[in-house]
Every structure is written in C-alpha cells, then in structure tokens.
Design a binder for this molecule. Sequence first.
Ligand code: UT7
Length: 329
Amino acid sequence: MSKKPQIMLLGTGRAVPEKILTNADLERIVETSDDWIVARTGIKQRHVAEPGSALSDLVTEAARKALQDAGVSAGEIDLIVLGTVTGDMKFPATACLVQEKLGAKNAVAFDISAACSGFLYGLQVAEGLMTTSGYRRALVIGGEILTSMVNWQDRDTCVLFGDGAGAVVLGPSDGERGLLQSCLRSDGAHSGLLYNPGGGSVNPPTAENVAAQLHTIRMEGKEVFRHAVTSMTGALKQVLEQAGLTGEDLDLLIPHQANLRIIEAVAKRFKMPMEKVFVNVDRYGNTSAASIPIALDELRRSGQLKEGALVGLVTFGAGFTWAAALLRF
Ligand code: UT7
C-alpha cells in the first residue's frame, strides 16, 4: 500500500511569454501546414520568448505567483530546484539567479538537467532533501526557453516546441495530501536520439559549429515517440503498483505535453477515458520541463483539482530520462 506522504503542494504558479506563434505563422517560415501539425501532434499554437530573453525572468514570475498562492514569503524558502536545459547561461545555475531575483536569501539553489523530466526529477530530489535535511519550504520549478535552441529551418522539430515556466511551493504534508509515490528512470543508451550537440566541450561554440547549427535540437522523432509511449506506460504502472492501485483509481492523469498521440496512446494502455486526461499541448506545444507544472497550475486555478483527488503525473525526455508520480490533493 501507499506510504504516507511527506510533502505536499502549498501553491502553484505559471508564466509564459506574451507572443504566440500559430501554425499559420509557421507555414510562412517552413514548408509545413496547420493540418499536418494538428494531425501529427495536436499542437495549434505555442508561446515564444523574444530572442535574448532571460529564462530566469520567466521562472521568477512563475515562482512569485506560486509563493503568493501558497502564502509563503521568499525568505521562508529553504530550497530552489529548477529543471531546465535552457538556462540564462552555461553557469551559474539559473536557480541562483532566480534566488537573487526573488530575494530568497535562505535558499539553497541548483538546476537539474533532465530535459522534459526536469520537474518530476526536481520533485523527488526536493522530497528527499526535505525529509533528510530539514528543509521545510521548497520551490520546485520547470522552465524552458526551448525556442532559443530551435533550428527554424528544420520542420521536423521547429513546429513542436514552446516556452514557459511552472512552479510549485512544497511544504510538509498534513499526513493525507501530497506526494504518495514517485519513480525516476534514465537510459543513456539512447542519448543520440534527442540531443543538442553544440555549446559543450565536444562542440564548443566556434563560428564553424554555430554555422553548422550544432547549437540546435536534433531528434529522431519516430524512435523518440516509440520509447516515450513504452517508458511512460512503464513508469506510471510502477508507481500505481507501488501504491497498490490501478489506472482506474486515478481521478486525473497529467502526462507530459509533447504530442497528443503519445498522450492518447498512454491513456489507452491504462483504459483511461480522455475526459480524465489533461491536455493543453494544443495551446503551448512542448515546453519540456515546464509542461507538468504549467498543467498543475492551470488545473488548480480553474478549480479542477478537487480535494482528495488522486492525480498521476508522467513524463519522458532526452537522456533518455523518464519519471512518474502520484499526488493526493
Ligand atoms: O518531449 C519529449 C520528446 N519529444 C517527443 O516526444 C516527440 C516524439 N515524436 C513525435 O512527436 C513525432 O515523431 C513527430 C511529431 C516529431 C513526427 O511525427 P511522425 O508521425 O513520426 O512523422 P514522421 O517524422 O514520420 O514524418 C512523416 C512525414 C515525412 O514525410 P515523408 O518522408 O513521409 O514524405 C516528413 O518529412 O511528414 C513529414 N514532415 C512534415 N510535414 C509537414 C515532418 N515534419 C513535418 C512538418 N510539416 N512540420
């Protein structure tokens, strides 16, 4: 049976850039069509940051809203964990820049690089630190400006991604509500199916490497799709089994928003009707680590997360990394 939760959500927040790029806009940039993008991905639009925007600004806005929602001050935060692969700079950690912008002077702050799994990795890392190191209030955030590493000439990838940030404030559980189960998985054998080759030690940002677009996203879409469905299904099954539950016990499933067809395939494997599956990929595209916390905030603020609801979270991303969690609200 399920263990007693140690931590729970006290508040949520989200922030996205104002500018919206529709499929019709993309039709003017690459050889694509609204019909293709909607049929293959479910995406209709995505929010995009102006070139040169600071991810830390977007993340700070989401974090401030989450703090306000939770009724917690920045000074009370002990820990800031940010899942991102598109931080302001290579170093320092963007979480440290966010700590400064929030005035969260007492917080330990660091980034986690787990691509689309960054938020669920952050959630479990925060739970671990909160239960072993005495931290009482944590901010766990997922944020990306993925469009900063998109090749706008590559129609295989440029139609998929969007920018945004989502944050949650965590505190000690009341004994009933909170994180019931979680699992994290990784498999570096498939790192070459989804990656950004440039900017690191192997392909430093020389003029030649930038001209060759090595600083942009590479993806074998079909292969990633196949692994995403299998891995997300496996991780969700694992946390449900750990809790002695099945998909039918879930009131709501919040899957990573990469592709509507992936979401539907996972839901089908748990016999979950789509009314119980949260979808906003049509409005945001794939925002990587931000997708699950943005979804949590939309659901909370629209009153769709009823007290006592059992919610499954599941994600998959580059690495490969994947993860699942069960939350009681
Ligand atoms: O966040 C986690 C990581 N990411 C993912 O989970 C994404 C996983 N993969 C996917 O979502 C899908 O594989 C894609 C949406 C990327 C692609 O869908 P697909 O059904 O696997 O299409 P495909 O790559 O097999 O391409 C089918 C056709 C190709 O043409 P031919 O070879 O059949 O003539 C492509 O060239 O569609 C063509 N195509 C496009 N056509 C119009 C590829 N991209 C586009 C485009 N517009 N943007």
